[in-house]
Design a protein around this ligand. Structure first.
Ligand SMILES: Cc1cc2nc3c(=O)[nH]c(=O)nc-3n(C[C@H](O)[C@H](O)[C@H](O)COP(=O)(O)OP(=O)(O)OC[C@H]3O[C@@H](n4cnc5c(N)ncnc54)[C@H](O)[C@@H]3O)c2cc1C
Length: 303
């Protein structure tokens, strides 16, 4: 296990903010993970599993605990044949999506532009352009707090919109298996999938502030109305209608390109970003009576 002390989290988050983690562990094996958990118990410190830090806001004061990032044996893609794959939690989602796309498998190819890891994607049930990681996932293998490795079936993963059971039960996701549909069964070729992905990537480029540090959508989409006739509420629409595009607190700014993104426009602190997100919530609630729920995860002490 590779251990750093007082590691600045601004180096490990897409917002490029966040103070030091008291301990920062790079775990390359399950034994490393268990050693990190033991260290936590011995020192009485909490631990937190980090993916690629692309959905995360870490406090300026940092995290008085152990942050664990996965590498080594968690970085492999195993082709099990006939569209079945076993993917390590540290594998970038883009690598997984592109590898399977090239082999003519559909199902997750439109997720290639999401900048997180497989572990982060399972935890968040990441999705885009009508696809969600949970849809093709058959099992997730996890390490629980007692050091036991368990296999969780898709039905028990509790996948929903940006939801999984792992947000309630604290475990480390080690890997997941997938069964992907072959594109030819849908009358498509690998080239067709590539064209669909190119279109999704172009949409991202045109609508998202990819040239500025951010953590994707600040707020979750909301659903209202009767269960059989639901209405989707896109937070960006209401934020824009509230006149908040370009609104700034310190170095944090509501993106002028996409109102549901907060960007670090230069020198932002985590406090700026959190305050701006709360300001947006308050304004949208006041103007439209809509309660926006944060998608971005907060870590550390913001008091
Ligand atoms: C430019 C941009 C575009 C984005 N577009 C999208 C999009 O289209 N759709 C979408 O859904 N999201 C999007 N996101 C948000 C983000 O990329 C996803 O939520 C992603 O799945 C987070 O993965 P991560 O590895 O970065 O996780 P992190 O941000 O590091 O962590 C997120 C949560 O997952 C937990 N976690 C991570 N790995 C593990 C593990 N192995 N075991 C247990 N828990 C773990 C962490 O503890 C944390 O609670 C975007 C972000 C950016 C910056």
């Amino acid at each position: 296990m590779i251990l750093f002390e007082n590691e600045p989290m601004s180096k490990h988050t897409s917002f490029k903010v966040g103070g030091p983690a008291r301990f920062f562990v790079k775990a390359e094996t399950v034994e490393d993970l268990k050693a990190a958990m033991t260290l936590g118990r011995e020192k009485g410190l909490p631990y937190f599993i980090l993916g690629n830090g692309t959905n995360l806001l870490v406090s300026d004061k940092g995290f008085d605990g152990i942050i664990v990032t996965l590498a080594g044996e968690f970085s492999t893609i195993e082709d099990l044949g006939n569209g079945a794959f076993k993917i390590g939690a540290a594998v970038p989602l883009g690598r997984f999506a592109r590898t399977t796309l090239k082999q003519g498998y559909a199902g997750i190819h439109k997720l290639a532009g999401i900048p997180g890891t497989l572990g982060g994607a399972i935890y968040m049930n990441a999705g885009a352009y009508g696809q969600e990681i949970g849809c093709c996932c058959t099992t997730a293998t996890v390490l629980d707090c007692d050091g036991n490795i368990r296999e969780v079936s898709n039905a028990d993963c509790g996948f929903g919109y940006r939801q999984s059971i792992f947000q309630k039960n604290k475990v480390t996701i080690l890997s997941a298996t997938f069964q992907l549909p072959v594109a030819s069964a849908q009358g498509k070729t690998a080239n067709d999938l590539e064209a669909e992905l190119t279109e999704c990537m172009a949409k991202r480029k045109a609508t998202q502030p990819l040239n500025m540090p951010n953590a994707g959508s600040t707020f979750k989409r909301l659903t209202t109305g009767a269960a059989d006739t639901p209405t989707q509420i896109a937070p960006g629409y209401y934020i824009e209608q509230a006149g908040l595009k370009g609104h700034r607190i310190g170095g944090a700014e509501v993106s002028t390109l996409h109102a549901n993104f907060i960007v670090n426009a230069g020198g932002a602190t985590a406090k700026d970003i959190k305050e701006l997100s709360e300001f947006v919530q308050a304004r949208v609630a006041e103007k439209f009576g809509i309660e926006l729920k944060r998608e971005i995860i907060l870590l550390g002490n913001f008091e």
